[in-house]
Design a binder for this molecule. Structure first.
Ligand code: HEC
Length: 297
């Protein structure tokens, strides 16, 4: 006991002095060393400024595709294997890239992303074994196979970021208020909140609250009988189940104004999701998990 009395404050003191130097994580790990961070820090951004020096062509890439075992999984020419095809379907040059299936070398908005993917993830089970030259060559080969670049084109840290991907402008743009470095969880992060849906208060009531990152906590329903909320795509409205669990309501996420009744049902009804284009509400009707899914404009 006497020891403990001395030891405990001593340990606490030591703990505090260690904490002052670097964050501690209470038994779940330690701060990574600068060297470890460097080894993990392999992300290549769209601008390609992090690309290592090196170069390669489609011709070299075609050989590597066989040598490095890519063909074993993706098929001899990037199609016909068990892994995803890497070759665009036999669609005309004007085909909508979104209709061509999941083919990174054609769907990605940036050629640098194709490089990054191969560098960090392929060949599967032997990730990280390719040299920069090999990754440039394999990227060139896949871009050539998909008619994005000419066969002779030399890809290196200068030319790769300049490759114009056919799908470049078909992606949703960043919101104009967002700047690099800002946290971004959704398209509308400032409106993102955590809804408190189904926990009843001790008196049996339940209401919907929004925890807004910038504005704090906000109550949006006041009847004590609101549950199962879903966000509208723009983040400005909330649909929820009302009194008696047989009706759906819509209200402003700000909490201002009166909720409007959307629909009623003979069985319990729960809104599941609001389609991204705002056009459809997906909802479930029925008891517990046995309900059926419906949509409605
Ligand atoms: C052991 C099997 C295997 C090998 C070997 C392999 N891959 Fe893959 N590859 C896969 C699988 C599986 C996926 C899909 C991974 C996923 O969805 O997460 C994939 C995905 C990819 C993609 C993205 C596909 C897409 O359209 O989204 C590319 C590009 C790619 N591989 C290139 C290569 C290259 C280049 C090599 C050779 C250096 C290679 N792969 C070797 C199994 C393999």
């Amino acid at each position: 006991m006497r020891y403990l009395r001395i030891l405990l404050p001593l340990l606490m003191l030591l703990g505090i002095s260690v904490q002052a130097q670097s964050p501690t994580f209470d038994g779940v790990g330690r701060t990574p060393t600068a060297e470890e961070i460097r080894a993990w820090d392999i992300s290549i951004s769209p601008t390609g400024e992090e690309l290592p020096p090196g170069s390669g062509t489609a011709t070299e890439g075609a050989q590597l595709f066989l040598q490095k075992g890519c063909a074993g999984c993706h098929g001899l020419t990037g199609t016909g294997g068990p892994a995803p095809r890497l070759l665009k379907r036999d669609a005309g040059p004007d085909a909508d890239p979104w209709s061509l299936g999941r083919i990174l070398p054609i769907r990605s908005p940036y050629a640098t992303t194709v490089w990054d993917y191969i560098n960090r993830g392929m060949p599967l089970m032997q990730e990280g074994t390719l040299s920069p030259d090999e990754v440039y060559s394999l990227t060139a080969y896949l871009l050539f196979l998909n008619d994005v670049i000419e066969e002779e084109k030399v890809l290196d840290e200068q030319s790769l970021p300049k490759v114009e991907m056919p799908n470049r402008d078909a992606w949703a743009p960043l919101p104009d208020w967002w700047k690099p470095g800002m946290p971004r969880l959704t398209r509308y992060p400032y409106r993102l909140g955590i809804l408190r849906p189904n926990r009843r208060q001790p008196d049996g009531s339940r209401d919907i609250w929004i925890h807004n990152f910038t504005q704090g906590v906000n109550k949006v329903t006041f009847t004590g009988a609101a549950a199962w909320p879903v966000w509208s795509p723009e983040g400005d409205k909330i649909i929820f189940q009302g009194e008696g669990e047989r009706d759906l309501w819509i209200t402003n996420a700000s909490g201002l104004g009166q909720p409007g009744l959307i629909m009623t049902s003979e069985l319990p009804i729960i809104a599941e999701a609001y389609s991204a284009n705002g056009g459809h509400l997906i909802y479930r009707v029925g008891e517990d998990s046995k309900g059926d899914i419906f949509t409605r404009w």
